[in-house]
Design a protein around this ligand. Structure first.
Ligand SMILES: Cc1ncc(COP(=O)(O)O)c(C=O)c1O
Length: 484
């Protein structure tokens, strides 16, 4: 074979590193079969002369080929195409697949998981998006000050690895806060800092359940909790929800031996009801008698607009069977990605271990800033201001809905939380209204897909926390135009 057939290039191109070009060409010739395993490569001097490049460039390219196993050197006798490549060279990187290409071997679970992001709402905040928050100018200033202070007091610990369960100072501050505000029974060592409520739910799913385990889930319920469970291969048992929250006896009737129950007692998602004391006690009694776990998702408990909130289920249980889940992503802002769970003592080390395996630890800097925000009193002040503001936003939304859409919608004005449900009165399908509203630039999610076995009600889930009251009326006007 002639030289030109093996090395079909002339001078190097301008603008691409010469070493890389020499390397690509020799590697290409090996893959094309022009240079066979065991065959001798030209000497670096020869190749440099023929290509018109510096010899050092060829030596560097050969070094790379030697390091990657394409070539082997024999002392004193030059460089050869590696013998190890015999029989494996048809696996050419980057070459087109043989025709017909076999379908990619996706794992079975990949299909369901891909659909989750496909169905997720747009990232841009839209009017009535759920779970958005407002950091007002004061909160932003205070957050900026906390950031500067935290950065001024960085220690070597902030630059290295930290504890998988989270910064000890932040865990102590969260424990203090939860004891005082939510009646949670805990010591700092039981607090595991997470990336948010969703992360905590996912850790609980992975720690508590094995494929095939049955689990009570609220019907209707939070889609991401259902999906986290299904992705882990567990079996969701749909337990209906009424005005008093999860109907515990229905769960007992369907699956008395379930391993766990995931529940949103302070503000049921999506219906917004608070679980009654009777139901809480029933649920705890069931968990104690069967050894099941309760995962209490307390995602929006900070925002209670009428009287004192019911204390946490975890506190009622004494922290025995309940994993408490809370989040800064609602009390502060979703992009923060910081939350926590409170583990029963026998589980706290295992939760920390699981966190370590997933991503090692929470980020030290955001923890330091959040801790400063709490210790300086800004967190409590922010919650107090937000509670008042969100109440006004809820009222503005309810008023605009009554005025513009009173004959079409039945609005359930909740005493807590970040969204309300407007039920469609005249048998309209909520997904049709959702689609029409979206065309008008308003996100009004239909709740019917959140039902599993229970007869779905048709209603719109409208968030009221992510935008000021003056935006409400314009949003409702657009919704009214879409409903027609
Ligand atoms: C019921 C429920 N649980 C969990 C979450 C997730 O919260 P985070 O952003 O902290 O992961 C949400 C967010 O909307 C929610 O509504």
């Amino acid at each position: 074979m002639s030289w030109a057939e093996v090395y079909p290039w002339s001078a190097p191109e301008v603008g691409r590193p010469v070493i890389r070009q020499v390397y690509d060409q020799v590697r290409g010739a090996i893959h094309a079969g022009a240079l066979k395993p065991g065959g001798r490569l030209p000497s670096s001097r020869d190749l440099a002369l023929r290509l018109g490049v510096a010899r050092a460039s060829v030596v560097a390219a050969y070094d790379q080929l030697l390091a990657e196993g394409y070539a082997q050197g024999r002392t004193g006798s030059g460089t050869y195409v590696s013998q190890d490549l015999s029989g494996v060279l048809d696996l050419k990187p980057g070459s087109p697949a043989p025709e017909p290409a076999p379908p990619p071997m996706l794992p079975e679970r990949a299909h369901g998981l891909a659909e989750i992001t496909a169905r997720a709402p747009a990232l841009d905040p839209q009017t009535f998006s759920n779970g958005r928050t407002l950091m007002d100018a004061r909160a932003q200033d205070a957050w900026g000050a906390s950031t500067r202070r935290a950065l001024r007091h960085l220690s070597p610990a902030h630059f290295g690895y930290g504890e998988p369960a989270g910064d000890p100072g932040l865990r102590a501050a969260v424990a203090d806060y939860l004891r005082a505000a939510r009646g949670v029974v805990c010591d700092p060592e039981q607090v595991i800092v997470t990336a948010g409520a969703q992360h905590a739910v996912d850790l609980a799913v992975r720690l508590l359940l094995k494929p095939g385990d049955r689990v009570w889930l609220e019907d209707p319920g939070y889609a991401n909790t259902w999906q986290a469970l299904l992705a882990a291969g567990a079996e969701g048992v749909a337990v209906p929800v009424d005005r008093s929250g999860l109907v515990v006896q229905a769960g007992v009737a369907q699956a008395p031996d379930a391993r766990a129950c995931f529940v949103t007692p302070s503000h049921q998602f999506p219906l917004g009801v608070a679980m009654s004391m009777g139901r809480r006690l029933e649920l705890i009694a069931w968990a104690r008698s069967t050894g099941a776990w309760i995962v209490e998702d307390d995602y929006a408990s900070e925002f209670r607009y009428a009287g004192a909130p019911l204390a946490s289920l975890q506190g009622l249980d004494g922290g025995e069977r309940t994993i408490y889940v809370g989040t800064f992503n609602k009390s502060l802002f979703p992009g923060l990605r910081l939350g926590y769970l409170v583990a029963p003592r026998p589980l706290m080390q295992a939760f920390a271990g699981l966190r370590r395996l997933a991503d090692r630890q929470p980020p030290t800097l955001t923890q330091a800033i959040t801790l400063d925000f709490m210790e300086s009193g800004q967190f409590a002040a922010h919650i107090r201001r937000r509670r008042l503001a969100y109440k006004a936003q809820r009222d503005a939304l309810a008023e605009a809905l009554a005025r513009r859409l009173g004959d079409v919608l039945d609005v359930d004005v909740p005493d807590q939380g970040m969204h309300l449900i407007a039920y469609l009165k005249d048998g309209r399908a909520d997904l049709e209204v959702e689609a029409a509203a979206l065309r008008n630039g308003v996100l009004a999610r239909g709740i019917s897909p959140l039902y599993h076995r229970a007869e779905p009600r048709h209603g719109l889930l409208l968030g009221f926390t992510g935008f000021p009251p003056r935006a409400m009326d314009a949003g409702v006007a657009r919704l009214a135009a879409a409903i027609g």
